[in-house]
Design a binder for this molecule. Structure first.
Ligand code: Q46
Ligand code: ZN
Ligand code: ZN
Length: 307
């Protein structure tokens, strides 16, 4: 297998793009693709102040590395969820993020749930659901709120996350099987800013997980390989496995599925939404000031009110 650009030995064959590349050309190609998608979906500009949500995993660190290399103004933020029982998941991911930021001389902000809100995610889950439910729903809600608040306080123009094509296609498959129109309306790779909500963007939305993994390995980026222990029951992993089987049989299936969905969004099949804007949000949470449609405390503040 030879590199299509220079004829040297290829390190990756991307059947979905009918493209094989050597290490040098692959490391050039990925940032070019990301830049193309940032422009195509009008995610952000070189003047914007960008907050990169990093977890210590390969996707968010590869994304931060690429955005920085392209010349964007970025700062990283890491939320220490306190998921440490048994495997020190949060501790190890925090150390990975800190050393990445230090090695690349990039600013990183650390938010510790235990210190800032008095409880870790497993503790909140134990108190609110007696640990009977997987903590992912409470964790997702907390992360969205904390990130949004941090970006508002720091006047960031956009929050970016490392969601890749495999993530997006798996979520899309799950939401399509449920005909969840509310979620289907929020799948565009950019969610515009609204009063009280910072713009959100996913610059890796068309990058396969395998492509992002190859980038981190070739760039020698140290990332945390272990998954959050709670992701084991995740429905998303199940849908990813199914999509991988289809992709093996018919290369390009995930990309086609996702791109056709974006086309239907462009054609107005579903209204494109910002999180929580299914109702007009004209009320503010009396505790934190973030928008809410509950008429009282927002969902985040309600978690802490029931203490
Ligand atoms: S960190 Fe949180 Fe994930 Fe762990 S508890 Fe679930 S949502 S799996 S991305
Ligand atoms: Zn080459
Ligand atoms: Zn609130």
């Amino acid at each position: 297998m030879r590199c299509r650009k220079c004829g040297e030995k290829a390190v990756i064959n991307m059947r979905q793009h009918r493209l094989s590349l050597c290490a040098e050309h692959y490391l050039e190609w990925i940032p070019q693709q990301v830049q193309r998608h940032i422009e195509k979906y009008e995610m952000f500009s070189f003047d914007d102040k960008i907050l990169v949500a990093v977890s210590g995993g390969k996707d968010s660190l590869a994304l931060w590395n690429i955005l920085n290399g392209l010349g964007y103004k970025t700062e990283g933020v890491y939320i220490d969820l306190g998921i440490d029982e048994g495997i020190d998941y949060s501790r190890n991911s925090r150390l990975t993020v800190e050393s990445f930021a230090e090695n690349n001389q990039l600013p990183i902000h650390l938010i510790n749930m235990q210190k800032k809100h008095g409880e870790t995610i497993p503790e909140i889950n134990q108190r609110t659901h007696r640990g009977r439910r997987n903590p992912c729903s409470v964790c997702g809600l907390v992360k969205r709120h904390v990130l949004n608040q941090f970006s508002l306080d720091g006047s960031f123009d956009v929050i970016v996350t490392g969601h890749n094509l495999d993530d997006e296609a798996a979520i899309l498959l799950a939401n399509t099987l449920d005909w969840s129109l509310e979620f289907l309306s929020r799948g565009y790779p950019v969610l515009p800013a609204k009063p009280g909500f910072t713009r959100k963007a996913k610059p890796f939305c068309r990058i396969y997980e395998r492509e992002s993994a190859a980038y981190t390995i070739l760039r020698k980026i140290n990332f945390i390989n272990s998954e959050c222990p709670f992701s084991i029951d995740s429905k998303q992993i199940y849908y990813k496995e199914i999509l991988n089987q289809w992709e093996d049989d018919k290369p390009g299936t995930k990309l086609r599925f996702y791109l056709h969905y974006l086309k239907t969004l462009d054609q107005g099949a579903f209204p494109r939404g910002q999180e929580n804007d299914q109702e007009l949000i004209d009320q503010q949470c009396p505790n934190c000031g973030q928008p809410t449609n509950t008429g009282g405390l927002c969902a985040f503040c309600q978690i802490f009110e029931v203490k």
